[in-house]
Design a protein. Structure first.
Length: 481
């Protein structure tokens, strides 16, 4: 009688995936998150070779968890720390040499180099990686390098003369004076990000001037940069500026600029000029822009669709006149006293701040409004203004969403309920959000307040932080005949 076990189908335990050609393994790696792609090198020698010859060089210390943990565990022991650091550096050097070997045979190029390290004593390895990447016609270059002792990395000049780089992301570097205005030649560059980079106004001006195709430009807390002047870049579309400690003024004249975001944390930061006839999105955050300057710029932006005013601490009485504006956000502009809106095509409005009068010469036709109204003192006078304001937005908006930090804003005192009309009498579905989930609130009082504000509502939805959501269906008892 045949052995029953011999009749079972044989299972091939071979690793068939590892037997695939190296280009297919690298194609699989291209779909993985960076951290998982790095981990594949631990599977086998085959996978390690595939990673070492992958056209994306990813020397990011955060992705090498095992080696990084060894270094952190040894911070109190210099010898052990140097051993752990040397182990990771040697591995990076071996991977670099593997790339260099295959590239020398004409088999490999470099699509992207990401180099992020904060444990280097000198710039030797970073320079080698950058030099190799530029020679290998790299297209994307990310350098996040701070040497030990908080010393910044000096960017090699060959980087700003690359004909192939189209994305350049620099963090913690020093850009020295380039010898001449025409010394920067980045004919393929489309995206430039400079974060905590030290450079003078003239260096930045020369750098941008050498990028004729640049589309996306980001400055984040750059040192030495006092006056940001962006002129004459016809391809420039998206601009983000987060001012550093020395930022004093911003001047932008980009013919085809599409989106501008300015974050300037100091009162000295001034926006002198924003001249972009095709600008559709403008966000100003923590800036000292004043009423007259804001109104002046808005009237010149004839196709503006989105406007965000975030913690603009000098705004007091603003007038927003724009026939093209579709979305408006005003967030915690603490000195704000009044808002006049002349925006016939506005469809979405978000307001977070104190109760201030909103006015418009014509009734707005909003699709949705978010109101988060707050105060330190919930006195009767505040509640009267609160009710008047939400009643006005109820007339203007198809959907009105109310938000509050603690829920107290909708608990209108009973004496006021007897003399004031309910502000949301026509609402059938009421949405209310409480943004700080750790603050205590009385759900019964909140629901009672919402039902007074909207006496004919069918459903009330209350969101409490991100974790809880309550929905109440209101049933009305018919009067007996």
């Amino acid at each position: 009688m045949a052995d029953v076990r011999s009749m079972k189908p044989k299972i091939d335990n071979a690793d068939r995936i590892s037997a695939l050609p190296e280009p297919l393994l690298q194609h699989i790696m291209s779909f993985l998150p960076s951290k998982d792609a790095v981990r594949t090198r631990l599977l086998s020698k085959i996978w390690e070779k595939a990673w070492c010859t992958f056209p994306v060089l990813n020397f990011d210390e955060d992705l090498f968890e095992r080696e990084l943990l060894e270094m952190r565990a040894a911070r109190g022991d210099v010898q052990k720390f140097n051993q752990a650091r040397g182990k990771l550096l040697n591995y990076w050097k071996q991977a670099l040499e593997a790339h260099r070997h295959h590239c020398s045979t004409g088999k490999l190029s470099v699509e992207k180099l990401r180099f992020k390290a904060s444990f280097l004593d000198d710039s030797e390895l970073a320079d080698r990686c950058v030099c190799y990447a530029i020679e290998s016609t790299v297209k994307e270059l990310e350098l996040h390098t701070i040497l030990r002792g908080d010393r910044l990395y000096h960017l090699p000049q060959m980087v700003v003369c690359s004909e192939t780089v189209n994305v350049l992301d620099l963090f913690g570097c020093i850009l020295l004076e380039f010898p001449g205005r025409n010394s920067v030649k980045l004919p393929s560059l489309r995206k430039l990000r400079l974060a905590q980079v030290r450079a003078s106004d003239q260096v930045i001006e020369n750098l941008v001037a050498g990028c004729p195709l640049i589309e996306d430009l980001i400055f984040e807390f750059c040192e030495g940069l006092k006056s940001i002047k962006l002129f004459g870049r016809s391809k420039l579309r998206d601009i983000k500026i987060k001012g550093g400690r020395e930022a004093e003024e911003v001047n932008i004249n980009a013919l085809n600029g599409h989106s501008i975001t300015v974050v300037s944390p100091l009162p000295s930061g001034k926006i002198n000029e924003v001249s972009c006839k095709n600008l559709k999105s403008l966000f100003l955050c923590i800036t000292s822009v004043v009423d007259e300057t804001l109104s002046y710029h808005i009237t010149r932006l004839v196709v503006l669709e989105c406007l965000g005013l975030i913690v603009c601490f000098e705004l007091q009485n603003i007038k927003i006149s724009s026939p093209s504006l579709k979305r408006l956000e005003i967030f915690k502009c603490t000195k704000l006293a009044a808002v006049e809106i002349e925006t016939p095509n506005l469809s979405k409005c978000k307001y977070n701040g104190g109760v201030v009068p909103f006015s418009s010469s014509t009734a707005l036709k909003l699709l949705e409004t978010d109101l988060n109204l707050y105060t330190i003192n919930f006195d009767p006078q505040w509640y009267v203004k609160f009710i008047e304001l939400i009643a006005k937005f109820h007339q203007w908006s198809k959907v009105l969403n109310l938000l509050s930090e603690c829920g107290e804003s909708v608990i209108v005192p009973k004496e006021l309920r007897q003399i004031l009309p309910p502000p949301l009498s026509g609402v059938k579905h009421l949405n209310f959000s409480i943004s700080i989930p750790f603050k205590k609130f009385a759900i019964a009082q909140v629901v009672d307040g919402l039902l007074w504000m909207s006496p004919h509502v069918d459903t009330v939805t209350i969101e409490y932080g991100r974790a809880f959501r309550f929905c109440f269906q209101i049933l009305y008892k018919k009067d007996e005949v």
